[in-house]
Design a protein around this ligand. Structure first.
Ligand code: AMP
Length: 356
């Protein structure tokens, strides 16, 4: 694929109005671009730092078309956008990453099947559309396991732990298509974040070791522990195959469990990722900057570390009210997303400290 170079001064469209869009817009602004955010909510923290904002539904094809007509290129920060209406976007502007990446990544069954086809290994899984399916899944895969919605799940939402076969009889099924996954006994969790250009050049950032609390990312640490470092190469090989198979342009994230038998694929996100926020200060070019470079057809910046490593800590809910104490430590980089309301479980900001 060749791509027209989108020059500084032109407009980048961003589907999705949250913190990832905000940080893409800030990186784009540094390179002289204007951003136009499209999101369904009236208040958007991405729009707060962008030149233009369209409030519209993700399936409103005429609003999407009018938005795309004002953009030189369109990207997304949110993967739960229906793929079909995006034809209204691609009629007017290139869309990177491609809609196919969304289709694969927004459905846990599709993404696991896709990765298996490329030789990757997810947790044992089964599609569940009824209680009978769940019983059959448990009979084949065993317990403990996790029942998840196929679509629209994030930050541990739409997930139910199944500890014994009896739980299958009592769990309240949400009336949505589900997937049952065997519980993976992992030593640690990590992510592979890469950027790919239209010409097929791929660069990786150092893999962070990720610790989750209540299903939400809590910390990302670089360098990761040795058990992870020994598995990064195999995980990168799979991630690059995924990117190539999708003719991917932009930043792509794959999450893995490090197990005694090597990396087990958990899920992918066709976008910049929370576990890559440390790259803003910790890498020569951040995930946000290189995403902008890739979708605009510019040369990539180096993904190398600027110091020995970095520790990123998420500020969830009330954590953000501790901003004054964080700023009192001169080694800490504070990022607040400007969200008006600090609800429990909501990502309000993050803090990065470089390891020097
Ligand atoms: P997910 O939204 O699927 O990434 O799940 C959020 C977190 O729940 C993961 O990062 C893991 O810590 C945990 N988790 C999800 N699926 C599994 C699994 N099959 N086995 C063990 N832990 C899991």
């Amino acid at each position: 694929m060749t791509l027209r170079t989108i020059s500084p001064g032109e407009t980048i469209g961003i589907l999705g109005g949250g913190q990832l869009g905000r940080m893409i817009a800030l990186a784009a602004a540094n390179l002289g671009y204007r951003c136009h955010v499209y999101a369904p909510e009236a208040d958007s923290i991405a729009a707060d730092v962008s030149a233009a904002f369209t409030q519209g539904a993700y399936d409103d094809e005429s609003a999407l078309a009018a938005f795309a007509a004002q953009c030189a290129v369109v990207t997304y920060e949110f993967e739960n956008v229906a793929a079909a209406p995006l034809a209204a976007v691609t009629a007017h502007a290139p869309l990177h990453p491609p809609a196919r990446a969304l289709e694969v990544a927004q459905d846990r069954v599709n993404e696991k099947a896709f990765v298996e086809e490329l030789g990757g290994r997810p947790a044992p899984w089964a599609k569940v559309d009824s209680r009978d399916d769940l019983r059959a899944a448990i009979a084949r895969i065993g317990t403990p396991g996790i029942l998840k919605t196929r679509r629209d799940g994030y930050d541990g939402k739409g997930q139910w732990r199944i500890m014994t076969p009896d739980d299958a009889e009592t769990v309240e099924l949400p009336g949505k298509s589900l997937i049952y996954e065997g519980f993976v006994a992992f030593a640690a969790e990590f992510s592979v974040i890469l950027v790919r250009t239209a010409g097929g050049e791929v660069r990786f950032w150092d893999s962070a070791e990720n610790v989750h609390k209540d299903g939400i990312l809590d910390t990302s640490t670089v360098p990761a522990s040795p058990v992870i470092l020994a598995q990064v190469e195999a995980a990168r090989t799979l991630a690059a195959m995924v990117a190539d198979a999708l003719d991917y342009v932009g930043v792509l994230t794959l999450e893995f469990f490090a197990t005694d038998d090597g990396p087990v694929f958990n899920e992918m996100a066709p976008r910049v990722h929370n576990s890559g926020h440390w790259t803003i200060e910790g890498a020569i070019a951040s995930q946000f900057e290189n995403h902008v470079r890739a979708i605009c057809g510019l040369p990539l910046g180096s993904t190398a570390l600027v110091t020995r490593g970095a520790v990123m800590e998420n500020l969830i809910g009330d954590d953000a009210s501790g901003w004054a104490a964080i700023l009192a430590d001169p080694e800490k980089h504070l990022h607040l997303y400007g969200k008006a309301e600090a609800r429990a479980g909501r990502k309000m900001g993050h803090v990065t400290r470089l390891v020097r």
